[in-house]
Design a protein around this ligand. Sequence first.
Ligand code: PMP
Length: 393
Amino acid sequence: MSIFSKFKTLAAGRRELDELGIDPFDVQIDRIISPTEGIIHGRHTILAGTNNYLGLTFDPECIAAARLALEHEGTGTTGSRMANGSYSGHRKLEQELAGFYGKRDGIVFSTGYLANLGMLSTLAGSDDMVLLDADCHASIYDGCRLGGAKTIRFRHNNAEDLAKRMRRLGERAENTLIIVEGLYSMLGDHALLKEIVDVKKEYGGYLLVDEAHSLGVLGERGSGLAEELGLLDDVDFIVGTFSKSLGGAGGFCVSDHAELDLIRYSSRPYIFTASPSPATIATTRQALRTLSAGSHLRKRLHDNAKRLHAGLNALGYTLGAQPSPVVAVVFEGKIEALQFWNDLLELGVYVNLMFPPATPNGSFLIRCSVSAAHTPEQIDTICEAFAKLRVTA
Ligand code: PMP
């Protein structure tokens, strides 16, 4: 028995991919041209597998802000905020995020993954209960594991199941942390947040919503699902990432609870890692300003999402949810999905292939991610590629 024995299953999976000559999990984008175009395997390709919802990765103002930060503040912070100090941009971004959500304070982490790890491992210790939606992201599960909380999953988007489990907890319900996402990344469905808030109001507890995929996408001001449904005051903690709509890297949490500031002093994923670089903070601050300035990008995003959803629906594909920037096509079999993904790439369309355990119900998904930067013609080209494969399927 060697330490490598556990890799046997992985190696077998890898061999299977090698035999097919397909590796969807190691795609190299040889050249990135724009938020929606790149060169892959020497071919001009439409990128429909990013989380670049607002298409801001090439935004001239964001790039200018990053350049300035690089020149004036250097390439990196070279350490953690606790040990090596915060730059003024870190704190400003935290205040801007808090202001954007109308919350008392904010805290910035080095990635979205670390935001969940940092918040959950600190909020929910071994004496605490967490009730989380079964479809929550891996970072949420990992954060709960790191803190050692007692974790129970409730059925995806099922407020009755949540209520049943809260009821069973008796008095402990009042101190339970409920966790959901705004927009679920695999199928693109929204949380039934109103119903979940009602359960919290009936039984007590705290609510954390991960708006990673809904920031910049939902709500009048673009802050996410809680805002769209008028429920911001009912959410205790909002977590999000800079890596999707904001086109950077990093994560955050905002809250009205005064204790948020104390998280800094006990959160290992905050303390023991380098803080975001000045350029990252600068692009994120600029992207947040752009996002807040108007809804035109959001409108284009939703128009594109509806166009793609309608196109694929008309072709008879089984789609994961109602139109949203995540349009997931559900496949029955693994090989069928793999082959389809590869055929799409050969037609010049890059999307994501999602396998269990990342997917709900053991499904195999071809996940398209729509951007405000896609032109209607690009969306039509994506639909045409799906149409070609439908004929030959
Ligand atoms: N939360 C959710 C719901 C996510 O989908 C992701 C990333 N896919 C993260 C957190 C982690 O964000 P990041 O990639 O910025 O670390």
